[in-house]
Design a protein around this ligand. Structure first.
Ligand code: CTP
Length: 444
């Protein structure tokens, strides 16, 4: 019996996939089809796959050509599968011509003609979300670089306030965008906007965009005013619009795994969290203060995310200790007291500490080294060091691509992100608001 094997993602199953599977089956007597797992696709840089793994497997099965279906989960699996199943022929479409010649050592390699004029990417791109940019802060350079890795999005153009266009801090890539002098003209041409306007005017632009019925992805912190935040979120909900805060850590693969691991009881009951995010901004200090304010407004969103995901929102008290220079908090500590747990965050824009995250539990602790907000690795540590376990994940580029992928997913599914929920945003703003209202604040 001649065994044939082929692999693919098979997203948005189309005629090209059907022809490939039909021709692959015709090469032998028994066809094995490898369908890529979501995690494997992400780890090889393939974001935005729309169909779930189950859906993609069902679609392959429905053709009737596959005698067996396996899930492809790691680099190098093809060699293992070929040996394991005693495969005679490996085949894929001609778009991969030459790429898999190294498998000749294990079986025959055959490239099948690709069906012209169709691909999953092409189908995904047919209903691209048209995105407008509001603001031209430096973060925009990174955002636009990262957006190139996300299919399904077209950046249409940008609008910036006159003073920021002429300021010293503009993103170099803003000049390359089609510029809109009038924000309503931008709204007319887009489905969604990304807002990177300084914090003091962020709410106003979120409001304008929602009024124009546009989905909104905004830089963090969302706002410093709780009432306004709740009002805007309600407005988005009643208008059926996605309103998402672009706090990149929330959307990265490792962070979700870390939270799930910590909450699964592996380290016992969580009773303490220590999370730091500090920077020495030097020349960039003025810019940072202009965009967001001091250390709490600029950086606290990160540790607050970790604390709330791990201990929830039901704390009894939050205290702040801040060192202020020229009325700007350049170093602050935030302490939370829960019924049976505590948490502490240090944030700074002109002081440096180890930027790690430690989650302590009754059986052991999780250590996430700096920079924990770009999590790639964490370790479970125990009294008996033989029980320690290390976990590694991929963190691509600057991480902003993950939030863009989630934003698109929420728009397509007309849903709220559970990775950074509206409540996560509201509770983050509530803490910033308490600080600005001088509630339990000690200044040194
Ligand atoms: N394929 C084909 N003809 C097409 C599209 C895909 O023969 N028009 C083949 C590929 O060569 C591969 C298999 O179908 O052997 C699965 O490909 P996959 O990457 O899942 O599909 P694409 O449509 O190429 O997906 P994408 O655009 O996301 O790369």
């Amino acid at each position: 019996m001649k065994k044939v094997i082929t692999y693919g993602t098979y997203d948005l199953f189309h005629e090209g996939h059907y022809n490939l599977l039909k021709n692959a089956k015709a090469l032998g007597d028994y066809l094995i089809v490898g369908v890529t797992s979501d995690y494997f696709d992400k780890s090889r840089g393939k974001f935005n796959v729309r169909d779930s793994l189950m859906q993609r497997i069902d679609n392959v099965r429905a053709t009737g050509f596959a005698d067996e279906i396996v899930v492809e989960e790691y680099f190098g699996q093809k060699i293992d599968d070929i040996k394991r199943f005693n495969v005679d022929i490996f085949t894929v479409g001609s778009d991969w011509e030459g790429y898999f010649d190294y498998l000749n050592e294990y079986c025959a390699v055959h490239y099948l003609p690709r069906t012209q004029g169709i691909s999953s990417t092409q189908i995904r791109n047919a209903d691209n979300v048209r995105l407008g940019i509001i603001g031209n802060e430096l973060i925009l350079d990174r955002f636009l670089d990262e957006s190139k890795f996300v299919s399904g999005i077209d950046v249409v153009g940008g609008f910036a306030e006159v003073d920021s266009i002429d300021g010293d801090f503009k993103s170099s890539q803003f000049d390359a965008l089609t510029k809109y002098a009038d924000i309503d003209a931008l709204f007319d041409d887009v489905d969604a906007v990304y807002i990177n306007i300084p914090l003091s005017r962020r709410d106003a632009y979120i409001e304008k965009a929602l009024a124009a019925k546009k989905h909104v992805l905004t830089e963090f912190p969302f706002s410093s005013d709780t009432k306004n935040t709740i009002r805007l979120i309600e407005k988005a909900k009643t208008s059926g619009l996605v309103l998402m805060e672009g706090l990149k850590t929330a959307y990265t693969p490792a962070f979700s795994k870390l939270i799930a691991m910590a909450r699964s009881g592996q380290i016992g009951k969580i009773f303490n969290i220590e999370a730091n995010f500090t920077q020495v901004l030097g020349d960039g200090l003025e810019n940072q203060v202009r965009i967001a304010g001091g250390s709490i407004l600029s950086l606290a969103a990160y540790p607050l995310l970790a604390i709330f995901k791990l201990l929830g929102f039901d704390y009894n008290r939050v205290d702040f200790i801040s060192h202020k220079v020229d009325d700007i908090d350049i170093l602050s500590k935030i302490n939370f007291i829960y019924d049976d747990a505590m948490a502490s965050a240090t944030v700074a824009i002109n002081a440096k500490a180890e930027g790690d995250l430690v989650i302590s539990g009754s059986k052991g602790y999780i250590y996430v080294p700096a920079p924990w907000w770009k999590t790639e690795f964490f370790e479970l540590r125990f009294e008996d060091v033989n029980l320690n376990r290390k976990y590694f994940y991929k963190f691509e580029g600057e991480g902003l691509r993950y939030e863009l992928v989630e934003f698109l997913k929420c728009i397509r599914e007309n849903s709220e992100s559970f990775l950074m929920s509206h409540q996560d945003t509201i509770e983050e703003v509530r803490v910033l608001d308490k600080f600005l209202s001088n509630e339990n604040v000690i200044i040194i």
